[in-house]
Design a protein around this ligand. Structure first.
Ligand code: HOZ
Length: 425
């Protein structure tokens, strides 16, 4: 097999490093954990990325899960162009904000009221602030390997790019800022029960990725989410689902619909912005009414509810709401995942998947939590990653991320991916 060459990306990365820390605007993109030089992209369409050296790749990262319809969908683009022709920000309300909030509410009935922000980080950070304001308690419980964006108090044993930092906790965060954050192992009911028996009445909220996606994809055990719901209710704490990745991906109503659990607050992002910087948090009206201007919990943003992002979100969700959209998607991907299972069996590889997202762990034992995820052989992952890249497949460039499929992936894309995986592992 001939290696794809990328002289222009190599040069571009050198130049970027002169002016941008690490040459990237978000750490995982730098290929640190897999080695080599990141691709510089000039365009993308459907399932395909084109780099500045004119190499084409089938994309399994999809802007970290954003593009469930594939890149540059014509209907979404049309809506974006129409919106931008009317101006790109007013800092004054628009009808589109209410329209998209209503759509979100219909998809996620637990989100009785919704506020739009610009990123998943803002959505989880603001959900926690309102949870603290509502409960008048300070403690937040999160889980090891769950990543909820880069707000100071959430950078504790976080997954995603933080995994590569000693202790999975960022420098620059005063210890006092994380004093109210308690981190417990994911999928461990006993640890949670023990903590709640001693401290449950101090807990403002438990925040969780209902299907963890930032330590690689890790599925909740049988009744784990139901247990989180039960114990939080028992102690008067709120349950926050971070569905920044799973929202509108696992189903129209996200993981909460799939698992039948109703959280008090939810954060969504990625898909809802249709490729633009939009995210949202929402929940029970009595909790959300704590927000300014009605209540005492402050939260704001100049570009929040941005009209172009709202247009992209409205166009994207309109397609997702079509009858049988998710059924078609899962029919296609269930076959893919079944075939993938048969490829990796007996190869010291664990396939963790849920719906149209998956991770391959290079382990010989199942992965249910962060500790187990960290046992994956990183050198094997890096080799696998580059083998895939040289076969024209762009896998998310870290062991501790998910891979995503979209409506735009054709049968022949999926066949090519499976063939490449067979050869690359
Ligand atoms: N934290 C994001 C993935 N889980 C990475 C975002 C990016 O690098 O673009």
């Amino acid at each position: 097999m001939k290696e794809l060459i990328r002289p222009k990306s190599i040069e571009a990365f050198k130049q970027a490093q002169q002016f941008i820390p690490g040459g990237v605007n978000s750490p995982v993109r730098a290929f640190k954990s897999v080695g080599g030089t990141p691709l510089f992209i000039k365009r993308a369409k459907g399932s395909t990325l084109i780099d500045i050296d004119d190499n084409a790749y089938i994309d399994l990262c999809l802007s970290w899960g954003v593009f469930i319809l594939g890149h540059s969908h014509p209907l979404v683009n049309q809506a974006i162009h129409a919106a931008v022709d009317n101006g790109s920000s007013y800092g004054i309300p628009t009808l589109q904000e209410t329209q998209l909030a209503e759509t979100v509410h219909h998809a996620f009935p637990s989100m009785e009221k919704v506020r739009f922000v610009n990123s998943g980080t803002e959505a989880t950070m603001s959900a926690i602030r309102v949870a603290r304001g509502f409960t008048k308690r300070d403690t937040i419980v999160k889980f090891e390997g769950c990543y909820h964006g880069h707000a100071d108090h959430l950078l504790v044993a976080a997954g995603s790019g933080v995994t590569n930092i000693q202790g999975s906790t960022s420098a620059g965060v005063p210890i006092d800022f994380t004093r109210h954050t308690v981190c417990l192992p994911y999928n461990d009911k006993e640890a949670l029960n023990k903590y709640f028996i001693e401290n449950g009445r101090k807990v403002a909220a438990v925040i969780v990725e209902p299907v963890a996606c930032n330590m690689g994809v890790v599925i909740p055990k049988n009744d784990y989410l139901a247990y989180l719901r039960q114990i939080t209710e028992e102690y008067g704490a709120l349950l926050i689902f971070d569905e920044v990745i799973t929202g509108f991906r696992l189903s129209y109503g996200g993981a909460q619909e799939v698992y039948g659990i109703t959280p008090d607050l939810t954060a969504i992002g990625k898909i809802i912005g249709g490729g633009f910087p939009a995210a949202a948090f929402g929940g029970k009206a009595e909790i959300m009414n704590m927000l300014a201007p009605d209540g005492p919990v402050y939260q704001a943003g100049t570009l929040s509810g941005n009209p172009v992002a709202m247009a992209a979100g409205i166009a994207t969700t309109a397609i997702l709401a079509q009858e049988h959209f998710y059924e078609h998607l899962s029919t296609k991907f269930d076959t893919f995942i079944d075939e993938l299972k048969s490829i990796v069996i007996n190869k010291d590889i664990q396939l963790n998947s849920k719906g149209n997202m998956y991770t391959l762990f290079f382990n010989n034992a199942p992965v249910h939590n962060f500790e187990e995820a960290k046992h994956s052989d990183q050198k094997r992952f890096a080799l696998y990653f580059h083998n895939m890249l040289n076969r024209g497949i762009y896998v998310s460039p870290s062991q501790f991320e998910g891979n995503f499929l979209s409506e735009a992936h054709s049968e022949s894309d999926l066949e090519r991916i499976l063939k490449a995986i067979k050869e690359s592992i």
